[in-house]
Write a protein that binds this ligand. Structure first.
Ligand code: ADP
Length: 688
């Protein structure tokens, strides 16, 4: 459940972060675009305003130029009029030269007070526009201007009007009338178009058009480049207020619209914008690269984490002050502490208390700069539960990306398992060696028994022969001698049996088991035991439970076991400090092990207790190991043979401390269960 939800949640989170990132980028790009568009638009507008300002300026300049020109012209005309009035004659020559100088004039007329034409001169630059006296239609315009002029006693202008000539071409003209004090007028006709050409033309810029129009917008005359379609037009107009007439003076300026970089400012802004967009693109690419690196780093980290978590080697890092900065899960599992309990500590909690001082010294040396052995060293650590365990430690300096040492990294291998295996293999090696020696001993025993059979048989037959020689004599010395001979024969016989038993034991032949009463077993060994007891000053106590059943056993071997145990017990008490030396032999029946059935086998337990030196732990651990002995003259085979014999009978040989001191050895043998109504079988040759 959890595992299926987690990936979905992760995917959703990744999608969201991806969307957020893209959204931000999109927003940024849009903002930059809007900003750029605004800046370009503003730059364009600024430029247009700039142009308008320049045009307005130019218009004002042109207009004042025009006014000045008209003013100067009026003065020239006034001079001509004065000359004419003084001479009372039309100065033809002067008029012609004036007309040559002023191309804007079409004609100069001298009229009397009633406005009758006295004389006239036409411009030499054009074909005559007016018939000699055919100014009937225009008479009213002249009259208007001259009336105004005489009223003002200053030059006055007529409204503009159109004059067509015989060829069908026409001109827009304007009359100026100057009154003379002697009565009479000088009338000059301006061509509007030429006025613009002559008076405004020189100040005109390329790409500008100057226009005279009526205040209502009717176009009268224009000069300059005609307006081209598709160009952006700027217009500036001002009124030209002259006495008698008002004209609209307009200047049109234009520039080509589709220029991408209309001026420096726009070009600059555009360049900056391009730079900005490039930076954005670079930034985006950098971010993408960074993201990729981030992803790769995350992958590497995850890989490293998986690796650290999976290794079984413990890892631990310390900084230069000796503080633990990192531990991996394997290390935590090894020592049984959590990372929180370990990180930040200097004196680690896994140092065994008795060795902490030594470890601290080692760490101080490491901080001091001593280099640890390359092939590692062994140490002992403590688990959280207090158990010590051996570890193999490899240490190496921790170097950071700048090549500086920041601490120490250590790897740990838990050696407990290795030690255990080593111990097992050593033990089995020892067992193998012991078995090999045991086999040799077996061979030797077999050889000895074979070699000893002959002399023993000889001893027995000499004893029998001696007995026969003594005959039935019953007097003191002979009786004792024949008794000794009988004993010699018995012991030789016994020795032969022991040898045969050992031979059988070594050869692992099936041994004959027979039912024997415990008392009989004890009686058989007692003479030898007593012999040694007398030598060592040991008192022997025998405790036999009444009505004990017989045991089923290989008699000779069991007697040997009893002999061994009693001998060991007495030797343990053979110390000057022990004054009261008591050997206790006890035979008792024990209930069948965990088997409640009445016919179940019962067991007899033989105990041999001493109050000797006791057995310490070190000896106890190896007690039954073949060839283990603490005695200089010992073989170390006694107890191991005893246990083998007892276990071959299905019993067990154990020992425990005796109270208040000494040791008790106990072994069990199977008993023959006799049903109450049954008589004991006379002799039962049985086998396990
Ligand atoms: P050996 O008698 O040749 O030394 P054993 O196998 O009989 O070999 O005994 C092994 C060791 O066990 C003895 O050397 C002795 O140290 C110890 N041992 C045996 N029995 C006793 C005992 N009753 N009290 C103290 N130590 C004993």
């Amino acid at each position: 459940m959890h595992s299926s939800v987690a990936p979905a949640g992760q995917a959703f989170a990744r999608l969201r972060s991806l969307w957020q990132r893209w959204f931000l980028w999109l927003l940024l790009a849009m903002l930059v675009l809007v900003l750029l568009a605004t800046v370009v638009w503003l730059a364009g507008r600024h430029e247009a305003e700039q142009m308008q300002v320049v045009l307005d300026h130019d218009t004002a300049d042109a207009l004042s130029e025009l006014r000045g020109g008209l003013q100067r012209n009026a003065q020239s005309l006034n001079a001509l009029l004065t000359e004419t009035a003084n001479a009372k004659r039309w100065p033809e020559m002067e008029a012609t030269s004036q007309l040559r100088a002023h191309r804007e004039w079409l004609r100069l007329e001298w009229r009397d007070a009633q406005l009758r034409l006295l004389a006239a001169t036409d411009t030499p630059y054009r074909m005559r526009l007016f018939e000699q006296d055919a100014r009937g239609a225009m008479q009213s315009d002249i009259a208007l201007a001259c009336t105004a002029a005489s009223k003002l006693s200053a030059p006055a202008y007529s409204p503009s009007h159109y004059v067509s000539n015989s060829a069908g071409n026409g001109l827009e003209v304007l009359e100026i009338c100057l009154p003379s004090e002697a009565g009479g007028y000088l009338v000059a006709t301006y061509s509007l178009r030429d006025t613009l050409t002559e008076l405004v033309g020189p100040t005109l810029r390329r790409g500008q058009e100057v226009i005279f129009s009526e205040p209502d917008g009717t176009r009268l005359a224009s000069v300059g480049v005609a307006r081209r379609t598709g160009n952006r037009v700027f217009t500036s107009q001002q009124l030209l207020d002259l006495p008698g007439v008002t004209l609209m003076f307009r200047v049109d300026g234009w520039r080509s619209e589709p220029d991408l970089f209309p001026n420096l400012l726009t070009a600059l802004v555009t360049a900056v914008s391009i730079a900005l967009v490039s930076v954005l693109v670079l930034l985006a690419r950098d971010t993408r690269r960074r993201l990729k690196a981030e992803r790769e780093l995350a992958d590497t980290l995850a890989f490293r984490k998986a690796m650290e978590d999976s290794v079984i080697t413990g890892l631990r890092a310390r900084d230069l002050q000796g503080r633990i900065t990192y531990v991996n899960p394997a290390f935590c599992a090894m020592v049984g502490f959590t990372p929180e309990e370990l990180i930040g500590t200097v004196e680690a909690p896994y140092w065994p208390t008795e060795l902490a001082h030594e470890y601290q010294q080692r760490q101080d040396m490491r901080i001091g700069g001593s280099v640890p052995p390359r092939n590692g060293f062994e140490s002992v650590y403590m688990r959280k539960d207090g158990a010590r365990f051996p570890v193999l430690i490899f240490e190496a300096p921790l170097i950071n990306a700048q090549g500086l040492q920041t601490g120490w990294m250590s790897a740990f291998v838990d050696l407990s398992e290795q030690r255990r295996i080593e111990e097992i293999s050593r033990a089995s090696q020892e067992r193998l060696q012991a078995s090999a020696r045991l086999a040799t001993v077996g061979e030797m025993a077999s050889l000895l028994s074979h070699e000893l059979t002959q002399p023993l048989a000889a001893i027995a037959s000499y004893a029998t022969g001696s007995l026969n020689l003594l005959g039935g004599q019953t007097d003191g010395a002979s009786a004792e001698l024949s008794m000794a001979m009988r004993r010699i024969g018995e012991q030789a016989e016994r020795a032969g049996q022991v040898i045969r038993s050992v031979h059988d034991f070594v050869r692992r032949r099936d041994r004959t088991r027979e039912p024997v009463a415990p008392q009989v077993l004890l009686d058989a060994v007692m003479p030898l035991v007593r012999l040694q007891a007398q030598k060592l000053g040991v008192r022997i106590d025998i405790v036999l439970e009444p009505a004990l059943p017989q045991v089923l056993c290989d008699r000779t071997l069991v007697e040997q076991v009893l002999l061994n145990l009693t001998r060991n017990a007495m030797q343990a008490m053979d110390q000057p400090t022990i004054t009261e030396r008591v050997l206790l032999l006890r035979v008792a029946s024990v209930p069948g092990r965990a088997d409640p059935a009445p016919e179940a086998r019962r067991w007899l337990e033989f105990a041999v207790a001493d109050i000797g030196s006791g057995i310490d732990d070190a000896v106890a651990r190896r007690l039954f190991t073949p060839f283990f002995t603490t005695r200089t003259d010992g073989m170390g085979l006694g107890l191991s043979l005893c246990r083998t014999v007892v276990e071959q009978h299905g019993g067990a040989l154990l020992f425990e401390p005796n109270r208040p001191r000494g040791t008790v050895f106990r072994f069990t043998l199977p008993a023959i269960v006799i049903a109450p109504f049954e008589l004991p079988a006379p002799a039962l040759a049985a086998d396990a």
